[in-house]
Ligand binder design. Structure first.
Ligand code: FAD
Length: 419
């Protein structure tokens, strides 16, 4: 089932199998887990020579295959990997233009530029159009000034922000000064590259306040943080300007006619994260079903008098728990492969019909698959009895780490309304 990406996935497994110091122990503090996760990522890229960034655009199927293998080592690592390459890196490639690619590609690729994707705010998660962070253009200095206008607008849950990130793609309302009675014009939500820590000293830059979102139910290898901006000045060039730009004299230009069209185009470019999450969720389901089915074959309980005990998989109730789940895992594997194919085609052709199809398919599959996996993880644990509860057998971390897949990259209930 690994298809043409077997080789690169095997390379990743071999790298971690031969690096015992990079394996996540069952007992680990949040602080140690975050540092281990960073070492795992650096090891993979710098020693393991896995360079996934170019595949984000050139060969998404290969990128998602790498991501699946990385996530099977530790889901925290898979998410940190996704924040770096798909969210922070992907926003630079997909929402920016050549100048951004030229300036940031190598640093993102080799992890010198660890970064964040800062969309969610304390008061606005699903409702992205309600974001309140502002980026006001200053025509005198040719800069944008990034501000957090109130506590509700603090960027919240931002992966890589609490400890490791150097940059963030910050989603903010672009505000231009005007010469009419209103004085300003709100052009809607745009994305900006904002350096958040000094590249040498790693200290937060002036005007940037960083806090830690703390211990979570799962994914504690990822350092989620909160970002507040106080008159942070960035060059005009840091606007990711693929869908809308500002000229030196403060005029707004775009090939798209309305704020809504620009917003849809911006969010449409971010659909890759959702495709990746559906794909990774199936990867986690594969692990859980494999553990549960194998164990059920070997585990024996009860049997005819004076005969050996029978395998628990011979009980119909156990089959009812696991066999439809196994069949669904195959179905989801092929469904997400199809989604990845359509997504790759869409990235090449930008065909409008395909953009709509991929949006609906990714929203539906992401919510259906992640809900199914979340429920199945509990069923698999139960199917393995008491031994399923031992931390070393992984169901606890799989279940806790995966749970949030139902919420991020689009809350499942909200996404299903878009299908
Ligand atoms: C561990 C973690 C990592 C994250 N990483 C990042 C990151 O790196 N960058 C980033 O920008 N964000 C990140 N997020 C934020 C994440 O994307 C949001 O949590 C998510 O978008 C949901 O938003 P919310 O939490 O505000 O929930 P809400 O939108 O407040 O939803 C709460 C509940 O209300 C329901 N609801 C909301 N709207 C509707 C509606 N229209 N109809 C029916 N029901 C509705 C939802 O179904 C849900 O049950 C992360 C979150 C977590 C927990």
């Amino acid at each position: 089932m690994r298809g043409k990406h077997r080789e690169i996935q095997e390379k990743i497994f071999d790298f971690f199998n031969s690096s015992p110091d990079l394996q996540t122990p069952t007992e680990i503090s949040m602080k140690e887990h975050r540092e281990l996760c960073l070492r795992q990522l650096l090891g993979l890229v710098r020693e393991g020579k896995i360079k996934p960034f170019r595949y984000v655009v050139e060969d998404p199927a290969k990128y998602f295959a790498i991501s699946e293998a990385v996530g099977s080592i530790d889901i925290s690592l898979g998410i940190k990997f996704g924040v770096q390459y798909s969210l922070w890196g992907g926003s630079v490639l997909n929402l920016g233009t050549k100048k951004h690619r030229d300036k940031y590609f190598d640093g993102i690729d080799n992890l010198d530029y660890l970064g964040c994707f800062a969309m969610t705010e304390l008061h606005h998660g699903s409702n992205v159009q309600g974001l309140q962070t502002v980026a006001t253009f200053d025509p005198i200095t040719d800069e944008f000034i990034i501000d957090t206008p109130n506590d509700g607008a603090i960027k919240w849950w931002i992966g890589n922000a609490a400890v490791h990130g150097k940059f963030a793609t910050v989603f903010a309302r672009l505000v231009l000064p005007t010469h009419d009675s209103k004085g300003v014009s709100d052009m809607g939500v745009h994305a900006f590259i904002v350096p958040i820590r000094d590249l040498k000293t790693h200290q937060p830059l002036p005007g940037i306040e960083i806090n830690d979102c703390g211990h979570k139910i799962g994914l504690n290898g990822v350092d989620n943080g909160a970002l507040r901006f106080r008159s942070v000045r960035i060059p005009r060039d840091n606007l990711l300007n693929r869908f809308g730009d500002v000229t030196r004299d403060g005029k707004y230009t775009s090939s798209l006619p309305t704020i809504n069209k620009r917003f849809a185009a911006t969010l449409g470019e971010l659909v890759g994260g959702r495709v990746g999450l559906a794909h990774s969720s199936v990867g986690i389901l594969k692990i859980a079903v494999t553990i549960a089915v194998r164990y059920s074959l070997l585990r024996q309980q009860f049997g005819p008098p004076k005969q050996p005990e029978v395998s628990i998989l011979d009980y119909q109730s156990q089959q009812h728990k696991l066999m439809p789940m196994l069949a669904s895992t195959y179905a989801f594997h092929f469904a997400t492969q199809y989604l990845v194919e359509k997504y790759s085609e869409m990235k090449k052709t930008h065909d409008e019909q395909l953009v709509g199809d991929v949006h609906a398919l990714s929203a539906g599959l992401k919510s259906y698959v992640t809900s199914f996996t979340a429920k199945s993880l509990s069923t698999c644990r139960e199917a393995c009895g008491g031994h399923g509860y031992a931390a070393v057998n992984r169901f606890g971390t799989l279940r806790n780490d995966h749970d949030i897949f139902q919420t991020f990259e689009g809350d499942n209930t909200v996404l299903l309304q878009q299908v």
